[in-house]
Ligand binder design. Sequence first.
Ligand SMILES: [Zn+2]
Length: 133
Amino acid sequence: MPLYEYYCQHCNGIFEALRPMREASEPFPCPLCDRDGQRIMPTSFAAFTFREGYPRRIPDKGTYWHLGKEVKRPISGPARVGEHPELNPPRPPARKSRGEVEVERDKAQLRRKEGKKMLDSGVRPIKGSPTIR
Ligand SMILES: [Zn+2]
């Protein structure tokens, strides 16, 4: 199958796709935002650059897209499904109920007890090992 170039207007990106020749002129979903990219004719070549493996048209604004919204950086690290740290700021931690506070206290007590047991038995705690939560 031949390789064709497509241009995504939404994220101003250029991408390539291997397609059968008869489908070449049909739009192809952009790998970054999943919107339809239009075929670029070999005659309409435009300058582009690469950013993080994806070709981008120059000038590259340096932004990314998340579900149709422009963001400054791609998601890195943990994020809730369908949310972006720039668009969905971290929620304030929910206030703990009295029950939860008691559970936390019990756990802390258990942790201390376990730690003491370990020391008494001569086992050295391993740094960075998972602790009881
Ligand atoms: Zn796109």
